[in-house]
Design a protein around this ligand. Structure first.
Ligand code: UD1
Length: 338
C-alpha cells in the first residue's frame, strides 16, 4: 500500500514510518519540520534499507497538500502532524486550534479531492482529561482540560461526523497513553525542542548530564508512593498498533476508536528507579508542587485493541528505559549533531 504519513519525521511518526517500510508499504512523509528534523528519516532509511519519500509542507498550505496527493495513488493516511505542548496551547489557543483542527480539515478536504477515505488519527488519552475512573475504556466520556487536549477531542468529533455523513470513510482514532522508549538500534528516538514537558525525555536528559535534576510534580497523590501513575507504552509497540489499525480498516468502512496502552500503571518514582537501573547511575530528583491539570492515575483498558486488532503492547518499562537510554546516550544532543 502507498501511505501518506503526516508528521512522519517526529517521534511516533518516524517509528511508524520505519514499521511501515519494514512491512513492505510505500511511504510519503509530509512534514513542516517545525519541531523535528529530516535526519530522523535519513536514519529510518538506513534502518529499513528503503526510502520514504519526503515532502516539506504545512497542512495549512492547501496547495502544497494537494500537490502531495497529486499523481501518487495514495491509499491511506496516518495523521500525526500537530502541536502538542499543553502549556503553549493554554498561552496560544488560536495557534493550536488553527494548526491542529484547521490543518486536519485541510487534510480531509485534500483526501476527499483525491478519493482517499482511509485515515488513522493520532489521538491521545489526553481526551479523557482528569478522569480517574481507571482503567480508562473507550467509553469513558471525553473531557479534555486544556486547548491541546480539546484539539484532539474536536478532531475526533469531526472525524466521527464525517464517518456518519459519508459511510465510505474508514477511520481509526488511536488514543495513545504515554509513549516512551526508542527503536532498539538507538538510531531514532524522541528529540524534543527546548525543555521537555514530558517525564521520560526529561529524565533521559538528566541522566545524560544536560539537566541537573528531575522535578517530581507532587508526592501527595492518593497512589502507593504518592507520585503520579501513568501507562507508559513503548513507541515501537505503538508503531505496531498503527499497522494493526490500518489492516483492520482495510476490512471495511466505519469509525473506530482504540486505546493504545499497556494496561499497567507506573509511578514517577518507579520510572526513576527503572531508568536509573537502565543507565547504571543515580538520577537526581526533588519533589515539588503538583502540576495543574495532572490526574493522579491514568492507565488504559487496552482489551478492545487486543480483541479487534490482535494487538497488544509487549515491551516492559525496563525495556522502554533501556531503549530510551541507548538513544539518549548515543545522541546526547538528539539529531542536532546529524
Ligand atoms: C502529558 C500531557 C498530555 C499529553 C501527554 C503526552 C499535561 C497536563 N498532560 O501527559 O496532555 O497528551 O503528556 O504528550 O501536560 N512529571 C514529573 N516531572 C516532570 C514531568 C512529568 O513529575 O518533569 C510527572 C507528571 O506529573 C505525571 C508523569 O510524570 O505524573 C507523566 O507526565 P508527562 O510525561 O508530562 O505525561 P502526562 O502528564 O500523562
Amino acid at each position: 500500500m502507498r501511505i501518506l504519513v503526516t508528521g512522519g519525521t517526529g517521534y511516533i511518526g518516524s517509528h511508524t514510518t520505519l514499521a511501515l517500510l519494514e512491512a513492505g508499504h510505500d511511504v510519503v512523509v509530509v512534514d513542516n519540520l517545525l519541531n523535528s528534523s529530516q535526519e530522523s528519516l535519513r536514519r529510518v532509511q538506513e534502518l529499513a534499507g528503503r526510502k520514504a519519500e519526503f515532502i516539506q509542507a504545512d497542512l495549512l498550505d492547501t496547495a502544497a497538500l494537494d500537490a502531495a496527493f497529486d499523481g501518487r495513488s495514495i491509499e491511506a493516511v496516518i495523521h500525526f502532524a500537530g502541536l502538542k505542548a499543553v502549556g503553549e496551547s493554554v498561552a496560544k489557543p488560536l495557534y493550536y486550534y488553527s494548526n491542529n483542527v484547521v490543518g486536519t480539515i485541510n487534510l480531509l478536504h485534500a483526501m476527499e479531492r483525491h478519493d482517499v477515505r482511509t485515515i488513522v488519527f493520532s489521538s491521545s488519552a489526553t481526551v479523557y482529561g482528569a478522569s480517574e475512573e481507571v482503567p480508562l475504556t473507550e467509553d469513558t466520556p471525553m473531557n479534555a482540560v486544556n486547548p491541546y487536549g480539546r484539539t484532539k477531542e474536536h478532531i475526533e468529533d469531526i472525524l466521527s461526523d464525517l464517518g456518519s455523513a459519508d459511510p465510505r470513510w474508514s477511520i481509526a482514532l488511536l488514543r495513545y497513553f504515554n509513549p516512551a522508549g526508542a527503536h532498539e538500534s538507538g538510531r531514532i528516538g524522541e528529540d524534543p525542542t527546548g525543555i521537555p514537558n514530558n517525564l521520560l525525555p526529561f529524565v533521559a536528559q538528566v541522566a545524560v548530564g544536560r539537566r541537573d535534576k528531575v522535578m517530581v510534580f507532587g508526592n501527595d497523590y492518593p497512589t502507593p508512593d504518592g507520585t503520579g501513575v501513568r501507562d507508559y507504552i513503548h513507541v515501537v509497540d505503538l508503531a505496531a498498533g498503527h499497522l494493526a489499525a490500518l489492516n483492520y480498516l482495510g476490512e471495511g468502512p466505519g469509525v473506530r476508536r482504540w486505546n493504545l496502552g499497556t494496561g499497567n500503571g507506573s509511578s514517577v518514582l518507579e520510572v526513576l528507579t527503572a531508568f536509573s537501573a537502565a543507565a547504571g547511575k543515580d538520577i537526581a530528583y526533588e519533589f515539588t508542587d503538583r502540576r495543574p491539570g495532572d490526574a493522579a492515575v491514568s492507565y488504559a483498558d487496552p482489551s478492545a485493541a487486543h480483541a479487534d486488532l490482535g494487538w497488544r503492547a509487549e515491551r516492559s518499562l525496563a525495556t522502554m528505559c533501556e531503549d530510551h537510554w541507548r538513544w539518549q546516550k548515543n545522541n546526547p544532543e538528539g539529531y542536532a549533531a546529524g
